[in-house]
Design a protein around this ligand. Structure first.
Ligand SMILES: [Zn+2]
Ligand SMILES: [Zn+2]
Ligand SMILES: [Zn+2]
Length: 157
């Protein structure tokens, strides 16, 4: 009976939230490791896309995590479609989690950098029209739309 008790080494993967993260990794054929779980957890809890620096700053101090591991983890996540890169014109790329059926995009303030999500980009219509008129393309699988403008605060400055 006692052998079923979670011990300290497995505690990190036994909470419901951690089990969900572990399941997300497994469904992408990624081995469940502490560094991967830690990176995924931060991306999952963030309401805005994160730069590598922001991500690194939010990570718990794990002996197995350094700059190289973070890049490798992000690369493996991107390859499997678990996360996507967004270009918010911040002179670096940001990463965010791809939630299933979640087609959201961002409006970015070009003055203060404020980010707001928006839905309803109408890309499916655009994509079928583009394919219909395309000479060389058979399918479109992805799209990226980011909008840039001034927030209500900055427009008054
Ligand atoms: Zn987003
Ligand atoms: Zn602004
Ligand atoms: Zn869209």
């Amino acid at each position: 009976m006692l052998s079923n008790m979670p011990n300290s080494s497995s505690r990190a993967t036994t909470s419901p939230a951690m089990l969900e993260l572990a399941r997300m990794l497994a469904s992408c054929d990624l081995k469940v490791t502490r560094p991967r779980l830690a990176v995924l957890k931060i991306l999952k809890n963030s309401t805005t896309p994160l730069s590598v620096q922001e991500l690194a700053a939010a990570l718990p101090p794990l002996p197995t995590i350094n700059g190289v591991t973070i890049y490798r983890i992000l690369e493996s996540f991107t390859e499997r479609g678990l996360i996507r890169l967004v270009n918010l014109r911040h002179n670096h790329l940001d990463y965010e989690l791809v939630e299933r059926h979640d087609d959201h995009h961002h409006i970015v303030c070009t003055k203060c950098g404020l980010i707001e999500d928006f839905y309803g980009c109408g890309a499916s219509k655009l994509m079928s029209a583009a394919i219909k008129n395309s000479r060389h393309f058979a399918t479109v699988n992805e799209h990226s739309v980011e909008l840039f403008g001034l927030c209500k605060h900055c427009v008054k400055l």
